[in-house]
Ligand binder design. Structure first.
Ligand code: SF4
Ligand code: SF4
Length: 432
């Protein structure tokens, strides 16, 4: 698509849907940034108007207002869920971000681009890049540093999020390994074969969640493959406008998983799952990969979706806890997987489920939005924590890595003794 703006191409492709917009405003009232800022330009309808103006040359890509209103979008896609005309806002958002990324030259943008294009593309380089962080998260002085006032705001925030990845954050994981899942290895009735998509950041920092996911799959009679040469799904790249790198990563993953005869590609991170399911659209203009990408996407399942489809079999050990659930935007709005996580949770033996008000509203994490726009992200986080406080829950469950960290940070700051976990971790505990 050289020589043509990505937004112009995307609007052309989505023209039918965009023309179907009846200006009802439902998306406006569902938009968290509009709710906070009250500016039409910070609503989906306003942003679509700005994007159209940019595509038609009425607004230059260098416009500060355009960049600000697009940057402030969380990419939560709540606007898509409520739209009666099926406007696919996420598609055009990625396109305008690609156009904006191409003409940005600040040190911050160039550094982020370098990391995305040269570090996040290689599992080995990523491992080296994250090695100091993995070391730091287990040091006592890091906690003191995060609680003090020495660090600049953004660094402090990044450290708080890093500390929230530590397995020690949840006392459940201090249980000896043998007591948590003694019988999985001896399961004899493996009949299904699944491939596990481990994620790039999740592989580095959520090893216990990934372990629990594989254990639960084995307990359901699955033989689990974890292809070692899989790479990042490309979601971070697509959201940051690095769309060509996202496509290159998608092609690599397609080649890797084509070698597997697994009936499903199972993923436990909502953001990755949404991206993997959209490979068909990402590579729609690639004659060699378009059909292969659609075939790949058709095999992708969120772990909750997959377990419910094959027949969920929780273990016998009751979990006597009061539990609530926050729906990750990329599971609820992007993938439209809404019932399966709730069904999985409600069927955990012994739990008491309490609903969370506004559970489908973004918590403010939104990839690395919380680092770029801490004020707005924290406003959403505090709103969420206030709703959470009123539930009286012992545990908050959510199925996305970024949300887990952001919410753990919020819970800690609020002084609440609520555990924040992935639903699959609680399910794994029922097999002890
Ligand atoms: S909800 Fe859909 S149809 Fe209504 S104004 Fe928004 S984009 Fe248009
Ligand atoms: S993606 Fe979320 S923040 Fe962005 S316009 Fe849609 S509802 Fe608003």
């Amino acid at each position: 698509m050289k020589g043509k703006m990505a937004i112009a191409h995307a609007l052309e492709r989505e023209a039918e849907k965009l023309l179907a917009c009846i200006h009802c405003g439902l998306c406006v009232s569902a938009c968290p940034t509009y709710l906070r800022l009250g500016d039409e330009n910070d609503s989906p309808r306003g942003r679509l108007y700005l994007m159209r103006a940019a595509a038609e040359g009425r607004l230059p890509l260098t416009s500060e207002a355009l960049a600000r209103h697009i940057d402030l979008c969380l990419g939560c896609r709540a606007c898509e869920t409520v739209c009666p005309s099926g406007v696919r806002y996420g598609r055009v958002l990625e396109a305008i971000r690609a156009d904006l990324a191409r003409q940005r030259r600040t040190l911050e943008h160039l550094s982020v681009r370098f990391l995305l294009n040269h570090v996040f593309t290689s599992p080995t380089r990523l491992r080296w890049f994250f090695a100091p962080a993995r070391w730091l998260r287990r040091r006592a002085f890091a906690r003191r540093l995060a609680e003090g006032r020495l660090l600049p705001t953004r660094l402090k925030l990044a450290l708080e999020l890093l500390l929230a990845t530590s397995p020690e954050v949840d006392p459940i994981f201090s249980l000896p390994r043998e007591r948590r899942a003694p019988s999985f290895a001896s399961t004899r009735d493996q009949k299904r074969r699944v491939a596990f998509f481990a994620g790039c950041v999740a592989r580095e920092f959520f090893e216990l969640t990934n372990r629990a996911t594989k254990d639960v799959l084995v307990a359901h009679g699955c033989e689990v493959e974890d292809p070692p040469d899989q790479v990042c799904c490309g979601a971070l790249h697509a959201h940051a406008g690095e769309i060509e790198t996202a496509r290159a990563l998608a092609r690599r993953n397609i080649r890797v998983f084509e070698r597997s005869a697994a009936e499903a590609i199972v993923v436990n991170v909502a953001g990755c799952g949404a991206m993997l399911k959209e490979y068909g659209e990402l590579l729609a203009d690639d004659p060699e990969y378009a059909a292969r990408a659609r075939a790949f996407a058709a095999r992708v399942r969120d772990i909750s979706e997959y377990l419910i489809a094959i027949g969920l079999r929780p273990g016998p050990r009751p979990v006597k806890l009061t539990v609530t659930y926050d729906a990750p935007c990329h599971l609820h709005h992007a993938q439209r997987v809404t019932a399966a996580p709730l069904e999985l949770i409600r069927r955990l033996p012994g739990i008491t489920f309490v609903p969370l008000v506004e559970s489908e509203m973004c918590c403010g994490s939104a990839g690395i939005y919380n680092l770029h726009h801490p004020e707005l992200a924290d406003w959403l986080l505090h709103r969420k924590i206030e709703h959470l406080r009123r539930t009286g829950a012992d545990v908050l469950l959510t199925g996305n890595a970024g949300c887990l960290l952001h919410l753990r940070r919020g819970v800690r700051q609020a002084g609440l003794s609520i555990r924040v976990m992935h639903p699959i971790e609680l399910l794994a505990l029922t097999y002890e």
